[in-house]
Design a binder for this molecule. Structure first.
Ligand SMILES: [Fe+2]
Length: 258
């Protein structure tokens, strides 16, 4: 007797099943296990931010849990999480969800489908496209914030345990900021990975993400967790003035009403 695959699974069950298919007996390759954990934490953070900003907790959780589904086939097919060397994982995630919906495997409320897929598609873009509105704009902004909060945590954890080299193997060790990156910051353009050469550069880049945070609740969470102060204190001297300015901007915004 063949076992019938259940269709139209609620998003949490679908996620577990889809992601589980990349491993054996519930165990994933270690780097995919990290992505599964990250997805679950981002789902919780998205729920928290939705509660603080008047959004729908279930919808936020769905976007949070599914935002990185593209990472799993990306890693299986290319062996890397570097989009530039493989595939845009936001775009791939959108395709994965679209196909699961088309095959009737995943159950999502009709009004959530397009907003969720658009939020997935753009969660990793340098900036959101102009013209998003309503639920789409809200969820796209929310998931970018929730994602960043967890990345701040992950990076801190790996640096503090001396494993920065495992997390960012292509970069040189901490201790120096690239002049090109500092020049880019002084011009107050959006920093890109182009000039990131050292682990200190990466931390500096991460600190400038705070200008791309959408909700004051997110800034409060980051400040409460001490993640921004941690980076500022860890940067080489040439990055301190810019870091302290960034922190001041964050505190000012965090003190504003939502
Ligand atoms: Fe992502």
């Amino acid at each position: 007797m063949t076992r019938k695959e259940p269709g139209n699974l609620p998003f949490r069950t679908w996620f577990d099943r889809y992601v589980g298919s990349f491993g054996t007996e519930g165990r994933l390759p270690p780097l995919l296990e990290l992505k599964r954990d990250h997805s679950r934490r981002v789902a919780g953070l998205a729920r928290t931010l939705a509660a603080a900003s008047g959004g729908d907790g279930n919808e936020a959780e769905a976007v949070g849990l599914l935002h990185d589904v593209g990472r799993f086939p990306q890693y299986r097919d290319y062996g890397t999480f570097y989009d530039a060397l493989s595939v845009d994982h936001g775009e791939l995630g959108r395709t994965v969800v679209a196909e699961a919906l088309a095959r009737g495997e995943l159950d999502l409320a009709p009004e959530l489908r397009e907003p969720l897929m658009t939020a997935l598609r753009h969660h990793n873009d340098l900036a959101l496209p102009e013209g998003l509105t309503g639920k789409t704009a809200y969820l796209a902004a929310l998931i970018r914030d929730a994602d960043k909060v967890d990345v701040f945590r992950v990076v801190r954890e790996w640096f503090e345990s001396g494993r920065a080299g495992e997390l960012l193997p292509r970069l040189e060790p901490e201790g120096r900021l690239s002049e090109d990156l500092l020049a880019e910051e002084v011009r107050r353009g959006r920093l890109t990975h182009r000039h990131v050469r050292t682990h200190s550069d990466f931390l500096f880049l991460q600190l400038t993400w705070i200008d791309d945070i959408n909700f004051t609740a997110t800034l409060r969470l980051l400040l409460e967790r001490g993640n921004l102060d941690w980076i500022a204190a860890r940067l080489p001297a040439e990055g301190r003035p810019a870091a302290l300015q960034a922190l001041r901007r964050a505190r000012t915004r965090a003190s504003e009403a939502c």
